[in-house]
Write a protein that binds this ligand. Structure first.
Ligand code: NAP
Length: 450
């Protein structure tokens, strides 16, 4: 691994990368099949990723013709890292076993250790015989849409492919590792002005937000749209807020502390609601929602922005969906990609149909959407929202922080990168975009520690 790292640090040629010997095994963060029931009887909140996420050596798999090995310099924690490591809503080993039944190449994935992680930035080490557009030595970021290009169902929009999967969640050999295995059509060029860890945190959350708001497949935001964003400084929300501002919309950001409200204001989001300070109780008991609280929330939105939201950016799920459906403007859209607080959703259908609202589902992003999002980051129009960095050995601790909502933005993980700040190949471009903008979330998080 040291030779690989030296080649990366010395910017070796493609030929030199191609001639590097690959190790038989590599370091990775994984959950174990024999521990999948370790949290039985434990409340979700108390399931601790620090107990279930291990770091150790795993064998290097064989490379399929349409795949590449990437030396991972950095990765990130996503909420799916949390789901995998608390084995909710179900252990991920079932996904791996299903993939194994599909093909001989798929069989490689059904192991007793599941390497998780769905983001990454690094350098291509080897390409399979059918890979045309990438070569060893290319600096890349990785998006997590894993599709079989021979499946006809994916050729309109690959998110509709019957065998669409999320890399490092529904496949093995994910991003929290020193080497990862991905399909060539998961690669995108690394933004030249960002460090490895700044490049590694974007693809999953930013592309998901892009499809939800900007692409043609979900809410298709237009200039002037008011967009209510739950968790507006979280992983999805931090990108959603920037996309709304960049696209001429008007964000209304919901957060849960004055510090997060300050961060939102500094991003340029003027309309902010602190849900903790307002103490909304959308559910008066576990089975009953309180419409008067929805109304209080709707009034608050009108008071901060003057009108109802054309789009509601939904992901908390059960706790908020009733309020989201109520608060959306007549003819508006509630675009949902998740249900962190529970997936059995209840809302009052009268508010939906009588006001001609629509609920739009969205899930990650196809290659084109992820590529367009990566381009916006490369152009410096959207900034990474990296707020803290952990070594791979502490992937469990980082996941715990996300599980307990103790973080802002995104948490980066250093894999092969020996320290932070490496990998910036165009410092002039970085200066032109602005260090302050690029490091806003990091500086804010650091200032809170003081
Ligand atoms: P995150 O970084 O934890 O941010 C989510 C934010 O939502 C939190 O910071 C919190 O902000 C807010 N929140 C959490 N619980 C809430 C509640 N009960 N009511 C209101 N607000 C709440 O997570 P993320 O990366 O943004 O992901 C959010 C969800 O989307 C997760 O369930 C994840 O699995 C899912 N997701 C799905 C896809 C997809 O492709 N389908 C992609 C990415 C993520 P405040 O405390 O400041 O309000």
């Amino acid at each position: 691994m040291q030779e690989i790292l030296n080649a990366i640090l010395n910017d070796a040629s493609s030929e030199e990368f191609a001639n590097l010997k690959l190790p038989d095994s590599f370091r990775a963060a994984y959950v174990r099949r024999d521990e999948a029931d370790m949290f039985e009887g434990v409340e979700s909140w108390d399931k601790d990723p620090r107990k279930s996420l291990h770091v150790g050596d795993v064998d290097l798999p064989e490379l399929a013709p349409d795949e590449v090995f990437v030396a991972q310099m950095a990765s990130s924690i996503n909420f799916n890292t949390v789901w995998s490591s608390i084995f909710e809503p179900l252990p991920t080993f079932g996904f791996l076993d299903r993939l194994a039944r599909e093909s001989e190449w798929g069989e490689r994935h059904a192991l007793d250790k599941h390497i998780i992680g769905s983001d990454g930035a690094g350098v291509v080490l080897r390409v399979g015989s059918a890979v045309r557009n990438w070569k060893p030595g290319d600096k890349v970021t990785i998006h997590c849409n894993h599709v079989d290009s021979q499946d006809p169902s994916g050729h309109n929009d690959s998110m509709h492919a019957t065998n669409q999967r999320i890399w490092g969640f529904e496949t093995n050999f994910g991003g929290l590792a020193d080497i990862t295995l991905v399909k060539a059509n998961q690669l995108m060029p690394k933004p030249s002005h960002l460090s490895w860890e700044e490049s590694a945190v974007n693809a999953l959350c930013a592309s998901t937000s892009y499809r939800m708001l900007v692409g043609q497949n979900a809410a298709s935001m237009k200039q002037g749209d008011v967009v209510l964003i739950w968790g507006a400084t979280g992983g999805l929300g931090g990108y959603a807020t920037q996309l709304v501002l960049n696209g001429g919309g008007i964000p209304v950001g919901v957060v849960s502390s004055p510090d997060k409200a300050d961060l939102l204001h500094s991003l340029g989001c003027d309309a902010v609601i602190d849900r903790k300070a307002e103490d909304y109780k959308f559910w008066s008991d576990p089975h009953t929602q309180d419409e008067s609280e929805w109304r209080r929330f709707g009034k608050k939105i009108r008071s901060v922005v003057g009108e109802d939201p054309n789009i509601v950016f939904e992901h908390p799920g059960r706790q908020t969906m009733g309020a989201s459906v109520f608060a959306a403007a007549r003819g508006g859209s509630i675009v949902t990609c998740a249900a962190t607080s529970g997936y059995m959703i209840e809302y009052d259908n009268r508010h939906l149909w009588m006001k001609l609202k629509r609920i739009v589902s969205s899930h990650f992003a196809n290659y084109q959407e992820a590529w367009e999002m990566n381009r916006l980051i490369d152009l410096g129009k959207i900034q990474p929202i990296l707020s803290a960095v952990y070594p791979l050995e502490q992937a469990g601790e980082a996941s715990f922080q996300v599980h307990r909502n103790l973080h802002e933005g995104k948490l980066g993980v250093l894999c092969m990168a020996p320290s932070e700040g490496l990998g910036i190949s165009d410092p002039d471009k970085r200066e032109a975009i602005g260090e302050d903008k690029i490091t806003r979330f990091r500086r804010h998080a650091d200032s809170l520690k003081k």
